[in-house]
Write a protein that binds this ligand. Structure first.
Ligand code: ZN
Length: 206
């Protein structure tokens, strides 16, 4: 059955560049959301050169579009290539993205973007640890795709980013990080974790 709603981003091409934004609050929590594409629970992220002039403007725009919040401070953390596959297909450099990771503070009222997230909430370090451990379990084959879809952990590409952001939340060992990284070239959100097959066994396209 054809989807009744096709978000705009599905028709765009992957540009091979992505921003990720860790929005923090006064309580040491970060804003995360359960992505509608089944990739997992993740902070705000988005492509850069599809609609933005560069990483900083993409970060500010994506935060506004995905959360309704206004960035009041934006701090660059790190950048680097990650081999995470994309629902838009391969980018100009193959499957993966050059990522630019930022930390942000925001003002305004949180507003869910239902095309992108099923829910959004502020997660404290203990919850982030639990969600990351679930991703490690998924990477090691201890969780089925169905179990993951019903209660996903951190989106695999974000486990290392949260680690590199030096959050107290993620004292994951290198073996755990390596196991999760190995999933990146193989894990395409809409294939690996097909939400329609969970909600309705007849929903899978034939
Ligand atoms: Zn992409």
């Amino acid at each position: 059955m054809a989807p009744t709603h096709q978000p705009e981003h599905r028709s765009k091409r992957c540009d091979g560049h992505s921003v990720g934004v860790l929005i923090t609050d006064d309580h040491g929590r970060i804003l995360i959301g359960d992505r509608t594409d089944g990739a997992g629970v993740a902070p705000v992220a988005g492509h850069i050169y599809d609609a933005h002039s560069g990483p900083r403007s993409a970060a500010i725009d994506e935060v506004r579009e995905e959360t309704g919040l206004t960035v009041t401070r934006l701090t660059f953390i790190t950048s680097g290539w990650r081999a995470n596959r994309c629902r838009r297909g391969d980018g100009p450099d193959g499957p993966g993205h050059t990522w630019y990771l930022y930390r942000a503070r925001t003002a305004g009222q949180l507003r869910l973007a239902p095309d992108s997230y099923r829910a959004m909430w502020w997660a404290d370090p203990a919850e982030l640890r639990t969600l990351a451990a679930r991703t490690v379990g998924y990477a090691r084959g201890n969780l089925s795709d169905t179990e993951w879809a019903q209660a996903p952990g951190i989106e695999p590409v974000w486990v290392l980013w949260l680690h590199k952001a030096d959050l107290d939340a993620l004292p994951l060992g290198s073996k755990n990080l390596d196991d999760v990284e190995e999933t990146l070239p193989h894990c395409l959100p809409t294939q690996a974790i097909d939400l329609t097959s969970v909600a309705d066994d007849t929903g899978r396209a034939s």
